[in-house]
Design a protein around this ligand. Structure first.
Ligand code: C5P
Length: 223
């Protein structure tokens, strides 16, 4: 098996989209397969970590040996994340919906000839930013993701500072790349020290590489 680089460590990963209810049968969501986040949870487990995966409704199957907490909305995801701190490192790979419907209807909204309903949106909590700024339980290493369609690295550098996390894994998700829902990924790791351009690889390989970097950071062996 993989070297037990993360033995004795607790790692939390978020993955998948969130679903924000409009009414009992309709929701707003982001496009996310959960493949990259689930692969990170699996790789951390293979490296010997105790892993908690907080996942929205993802296509990817629950990884073996990982405690998976299934959630629907961003607010549920935040609550599940907070309940599972402290951890040594947290990786926020979920595609969280930025907004939810202010007053989700308890009954199915009917098409009653009165015209289309107007949805009022309110901002969701930012899970990555709130954990990064947690006063007592901030993990030693907080890793965010940035899915961008242009100026990928510039936006990721801004995001690292704005969110208060340690690293950003940035990827170009413009439709031509095929990354969305696909099995491979081309990422840039943005840290306080600078930017590393990683070679294109499968999502499983990107996950193993990230896990090795996390292990090195936690043990203080990264050059
Ligand atoms: O701001 P943006 O959504 O592009 O930031 C992406 C990063 O922030 C990802 O790591 C994502 O999981 C995280 N995020 C979050 N909670 C939100 C929005 C984004 O944890 N409400």
């Amino acid at each position: 098996g993989a070297a037990q680089l993360l033995a004795g460590r607790r790692i939390l990963v978020t993955s998948g989209p969130t679903h924000e209810p409009i009414d009992p049968v309709r929701f707003i969501a982001n496009r996310s397969s959960g493949k990259q986040g689930h692969a990170i949870a699996a790789a951390a487990r293979a490296a010997g970590a105790e892993v908690v995966l907080v996942s929205g409704p993802a296509e990817a199957a629950d990884p073996a040996g990982v405690r998976v907490i299934h959630v629907e909305s961003a607010r549920d995801m935040l609550a599940a994340v907070e309940e599972n701190l402290p951890v040594d490192a947290a990786v926020f790979a979920a595609a969280v919906a930025d907004w939810r419907v202010a007053d989700a209807s308890e009954q199915k909204i009917k098409k009653d000839g009165g015209g289309a309903p107007t949805l009022t949106l309110v901002e969701n909590p930012d899970i990555l930013a709130s954990v990064s700024r947690h006063h007592t339980l901030r993990p030693r290493l907080v890793v965010g993701f940035a899915a961008e369609t242009e100026q990928v690295v510039a936006h990721a550098r801004d995001k690292r500072l704005r969110k208060g996390c340690d690293w950003i894994v940035a990827n170009d998700v413009s439709p031509a790349t095929g990354i969305m829902g696909g099995d491979s990924n081309t990422v840039h790791l943005v840290t306080a020290a600078g930017v590393e351009d990683w070679p294109s690889a499968t999502k499983a390989e990107v996950a193993r590489h990230l896990v090795a970097r996390i292990a090195a950071e936690l043990s203080g062996t990264h050059p």
